[in-house]
Unconditional design. Sequence first.
Length: 171
Amino acid sequence: MARCFECNSPAVHDHHVVPRIYGGTRTIPLCALCHSKIHGKNLLSITSLTKKALAEKKKKGERVGAVPFGFVLAADQKTLIKSKREQDIIKAIVLARMSNFSLHRIARWLTAAGIPTKTGKNKNWGHQVISRIIERAADININTRKIRAVDYERFSEFKKHIADMGIGIII
């Protein structure tokens, strides 16, 4: 069994000298007490390191948690790839919202159109999910100009987009 680098007690942790988020690869053995001294009062807490690591994964386009609507996993099971069908549905959702449709109305339309949710477990769309999809759309560079009052041109564009998707339900 390895011994603690600091106090020579039995080591139970391999501590990264340089945090992995900053490219560190080498570790030193530490006992639980010495390891807690490092992370207990240090600015590099587990929470902050985890947040940085998750942000770095997102920046690389890697999955963090569930696969969001609009994407599928690549063969490496890490990288997100855009799903054309789901991206089209997101565009339709954004266009509907820009045409001043309520989140509830958009959810009812998706449910009535038989469009499956991401997991497929729930047949009914919820307004909270629609809200998150719209928020995320702005983060993934889908053109989500500031939502304005209804105008005929955008509503016509929305109806055409729905027709192009082969969805015959009018909301």
